[in-house]
Design a protein around this ligand. Structure first.
Ligand SMILES: [Mn+2]
Length: 418
């Protein structure tokens, strides 16, 4: 009997600090769920990173849960695996809680038998499709799990089979994600469909013997790069897979929840005053109403300070003119007049100190602790805290708050935030 299922991944509910972006993440998910209902898919597979952390913002998670409940009540089962974001090695994840509540099924389960990982196989009642999988981990795929996988058992199975996984595979990953990737040869053979998550760019590999698919981020995974790709026209969405005995067709279903405006301005060869005027003019004249605006300024100015450019004012103007949200990026903006000389020492500590001294000289601060030699001391103290790597068993939230506490201490918060 022909059937169809939806394959979604990297939803990242709870991502972003900005409420407008948080809402767009949710809008994308709700839209995708509505399309699944409309198209009457038989079930939904989510390839991990449904949530942006193992304990996400509960108000946002609650809205996502309400929508999934509606989908379930209409008789559409949901199958998930953990992603690298919503898994925690030490804590219970919201994914576990929702599984306990019967909202969905985590299909990445298995037991070690004599050092071999035997995956549990789940059968979708209505279609008879079989699902099993391997979840993500903090650093991507569980390479160990693949290495110890009892593949023979899985390869002897018959019927329509879906292998759900979260992580990058060597053959399909972009270069920067190759580390920690698993080669396709480590996957169990003979599955009808390999439902991936983790790569945020949509990727579909249809080989005669293997269909490997990543729908990509449904909206964005909380970083500027995802947003920028969307702003440049990369369509976001998910797959609806039509099946008989095997995969007949993989349809991409776009999900568009906002319009974009990308402003890129190179201010090389301008003074900071000229650059400031140009950027204010851009802010006043670019079409931004109802759009998410990515505003990127780069280049080396001929004179003046980077702090001469009033980014707060630029943001204010864009908001007043109706931008849904503005993301400013000026990491690549510098000024020749205050350019950092190339380091002369080969001692990292000395180079750091020199760079701090030079940077501090070009920036305006009100707090005494951040100015001059005191500023150098404070900066070094903050850097020392930030250099501390996350411990193996430390969850992200604990790590974040430990760093935050350390930084606040180093800055002597009482004085700084007066
Ligand atoms: Mn992700």
């Amino acid at each position: 009997m022909p059937f169809s299922f939806a394959h979604i991944s990297d939803v990242h509910v709870g991502a972003f600090r900005q409420p407008a972006l948080q809402k767009l993440v949710l809008d994308a998910f709700v839209t995708a769920m509505d399309v699944c209902i409309e198209r009457r898919v038989d079930f939904i597979v989510i390839g991990g990173d449904l949530f942006d952390s193992n304990i996400p913002n509960m108000a946002l998670a609650n809205q996502a849960v309400r929508k999934m409940k509606e989908v379930r009540d209409r008789g559409i089962p949901i199958y998930v695996v953990y992603g690298s974001h919503d898994f925690s090695p030490t804590q219970t994840s919201v994914v576990d809680m929702l599984e306990s509540a019967g909202l969905f099924r985590n299909v990445s389960k298995g037991v070690l038998v004599d050092g071999k990982l035997e995956l549990e196989v789940f059968r979708d009642e209505k279609t008879g499709a079989k699902l099993c999988g391997i979840s993500g981990r903090r650093l991507g795929i569980e390479a160990d799990a693949f290495a110890s996988l009892d593949r023979g058992l899985l390869e002897r199975m018959t019927g329509f089979r879906i292998f759900v996984f979260h992580g990058s595979v060597v053959e399909l990953a972009p270069d920067i994600m190759k580390a920690g990737s698993v080669p396709l040869s480590d996957f169990p053979r003979g599955f009808s469909y390999y439902a991936g998550g983790h790569l945020h760019d949509r990727t579909l590999e249809q080989r005669p013997d293997m269909v490997v698919a990543y729908p990509g981020a449904l909206f964005a995974g909380g970083d500027y790069q995802d947003l920028e790709k969307s702003a440049k026209g990369m369509a976001r969405g998910f797959f609806v897979v039509s099946c008989g005995d095997k995969v007949e067709k993989v349809d991409f279903v776009p999900v568009k929840v906002c319009d974009w405006q990308l402003v890129e301005c190179d201010v090389s060869s301008k003074t900071s005053v000229q650059a400031r005027d140009l950027l204010l003019e851009l802010a006043r004249e670019t079409e931004v109403s109802g759009r998410v605006v990515l505003f990127r300024v780069s280049g080396e100015m001929t004179a003046g300070r980077t702090s001469d450019i009033d980014f707060i004012e630029i943001r204010r103007i864009l908001k007043e003119r109706g931008a849904v949200e503005t993301l400013l990026n000026y990491n690549k903006l510098s000024s020749k007049e205050y350019a950092v000389q190339s380091p002369v020492s080969d001692n990292p500590a000395q180079i750091e100190e020199k760079l701090f001294r030079e940077r501090i000289a070009t920036t305006k601060f009100q707090q005494k602790r951040l100015v001059g030699e005191q500023g150098v001391t404070t900066s070094k103290a903050v850097l020392r805290v930030l250099r501390d790597a996350r411990k193996d068993d430390e969850v992200k939230d604990d790590y974040d708050s430990r760093l935050l506490r350390g930084v606040v201490n180093a800055l002597d918060a009482d004085e700084v935030f007066e």
